[in-house]
Write a protein that binds this ligand. Structure first.
Ligand code: NAP
Length: 332
């Protein structure tokens, strides 16, 4: 098991915006101080691991505004974890999940809509004995009633083999009017820690914004990538204004962006902010938005977990470097 000792390290603001870099000087802030300071601030998580992976040290984290809790900037998307019971199908996922945990990952996003993903995760997490180290996020999408939402949430808990969900989200806003009050009831009872809403389509942004303005939410989940940047004009600034954490989905456009970049080398200047692969280039772009809290790349392969955790180390691109990334990508 990995023991986590979290220290907050906030250095100078080198761009005039809210980017922070590491100096190695550890400075503890109060929750209130950090919440105020930390949209976009990277912090230092020292993972005191009894295991072999020294690499688990120095993962960047960002802060959930509503609580001050910190999360590693890379989580795990699992819409491809809906496999069957066979060992052949599950072994690669178990290996990916184990590596994710050993590298210091904690946030896992799933949903009842992802076929058997919740059950597969529930089984694998129990086999690995890692529930206590994880931040489990799932979703509800029942359109009938609050009672229906509660029934569905109960089913998710039993499939995930847990009596507490860290984050419960309304999937694609489906049934949000009755789902959010049901989630709030459970939040008050301590069965859910945080609540939020999700989307991955800009056609839903208008309604998404309305719900963000009207409701008190801990999290929003939205698509944002170098290819699809509309969320940065509308959703991300509103999340910052409303004090909501942002979980980014589809930073690789579902994998499509890798086809676009093809076998081109990653530009040499991206090494300055620690990118040695296209995946790191894309992830660091997404999580360096000042309002972004973390990214949840879908990954079923061990080598992808290793690669993507590279984006949680070193530093993030600053505002100028982000612009350069956009110009480079647009010219492809
Ligand atoms: N409305 C919603 O609530 C909503 C909608 C969409 C997605 N989501 C969530 O967001 C997560 C992410 O979305 P997504 O999985 O659709 O898209 P994505 O993260 O943009 O792309 C995932 C694809 O990229 C591949 N990949 C991952 N790391 C890679 C690397 N280092 N190099 C090359 N390829 C790599 C994956 O391959 P392998 O699988 O083979 O590793 C997979 O095919 C989902 O899993 C889900 O949890 C939520």
């Amino acid at each position: 098991m990995i023991a986590r000792c979290i220290f907050v390290d906030v250095a100078h603001n080198h761009t005039g915006s809210c980017y922070f870099s590491f100096t190695g000087t550890l400075m503890k802030l109060t929750r209130r101080e950090f919440t105020k300071a930390s949209l976009g601030a990277a912090s230092l998580t020292m993972l005191c691991s009894s295991g072999a992976l020294a690499d688990a040290a120095r993962l960047m984290t960002k802060t959930i505004p509503s609580s001050g809790e910190q999360l590693p900037v890379i989580g795990l998307g699992t819409n491809r974890y809906g496999v069957g019971q066979t060992e052949t199908a599950r072994a690669p996922l178990r290996a990916a999940l184990e590596r994710f945990h050993r590298l210091g990952g904690s946030v896992i996003d799933t949903a009842p809509m992802y076929r058997t993903s919740e059950s597969v995760l529930g089984d694998l997490i129990a086999e690995l004995g890692i529930r206590e180290d994880l931040f489990l996020a799932t979703k509800a999408d029942r359109t009938d009633s609050g009672a229906g939402t509660m029934e569905q949430m109960q089913e998710s808990m039993s499939r995930l083999k847990t009596d507490r969900i860290d984050l419960m989200q309304v999937h694609n806003l489906r049934g949000w009017r009755h789902a959010l009050p049901a989630m709030r009831d459970w939040q008050q009872e301590g069965r859910i820690r945080y609540i939020g809403i999700t989307t991955s389509r800009s056609s839903q942004y208008a309604e998404f914004e309305q719900v963000m303005r009207r409701e008190e939410l801990d999290f929003v989940q939205v698509n944002y990538s170098l290819e699809q940047r509309e969320a940065a004009e509308r959703i991300l600034p509103l999340a910052a204004e409303r004090g909501m954490a942002v979980m980014i989905n589809r930073a690789f456009g579902g994998g499509r962006i890798f086809d676009k970049v093809g076998d081109r080398p990653v530009p040499y200047w991206a090494e300055a902010f620690g990118c040695t692969s296209w995946a790191q280039f894309l992830l660091k772009y997404a999580i360096s938005h000042p309002a972004a809290t973390l990214c949840i790349p879908g990954m079923t392969k061990l080598r992808h977990v290793d690669d993507n955790f590279g984006a949680a180390r070193g530093r993030l691109p600053d505002a100028e470097e982000r612009m350069r990334q956009e110009e480079f990508f647009d010219a492809l």
